[in-house]
Design a protein around this ligand. Structure first.
Ligand SMILES: [Zn+2]
Length: 100
């Protein structure tokens, strides 16, 4: 039933804080464990859902070392998009992505 699937997908789309910068962004589900985020500042990227949750937690607890990494990651995501790509941020690669 394609109609039901579409309804379910749109129910899960919503405005939430961007995991990287905290600004309001559009979140949709890319797959069971991955979010597709459209942010006016970081552009469009995918991120592991649990990693996104840990970034939000870092923001709430003012975890400065993680927040500094997020600042680099935010620029990496925007740069990738501006170059015609799309960053895929996962638990294994996120620290390396921020170093690029
Ligand atoms: Zn953002």
């Amino acid at each position: 039933m394609p109609d039901e699937r579409e309804t379910g997908a749109s129910d899960r789309a919503g405005r939430m804080p961007c995991p990287l910068c905290g600004q309001t962004a559009i979140h949709t589900r890319a797959d069971a464990e991955t979010l597709l985020v459209r942010c006016p500042w970081c552009r469009t990227f995918t991120i592991d859902e649990q990693l996104a949750a840990s970034f939000q937690e870092a923001r709430l607890t003012a975890d400065t070392s993680t927040l500094e990494e997020l600042e680099r990651l935010r620029r990496a995501a925007a740069d990738a998009w501006n170059r015609g790509g799309r960053l895929s941020i996962g638990a294994r690669n996120w620290r390396e992505l921020g170093l690029g």
